[in-house]
Write a protein of this length. Structure first.
Length: 51
């Protein structure tokens, strides 16, 4: 899936390994690609199915 942080328009594509309710849990490497400096939560995101 593709995760885009709407606050900074950064995105990353990740593989889904398991399902966990209504939130997306990213590994550290993927989170570092899309987060804003100094913030540890993405509140506004778009999640897209790819492939």
């Amino acid at each position: 899936m593709k995760v885009t942080n709407l606050d900074n328009n950064k995105s990353t594509t990740v593989e889904v390994t398991s399902v966990s309710g209504s939130c997306v849990l990213l590994n550290d490497a993927a989170f570092e690609q899309v987060r804003e400096p100094g913030k540890f939560l993405i509140r506004r995101a778009v999640i897209e199915k790819v492939g």
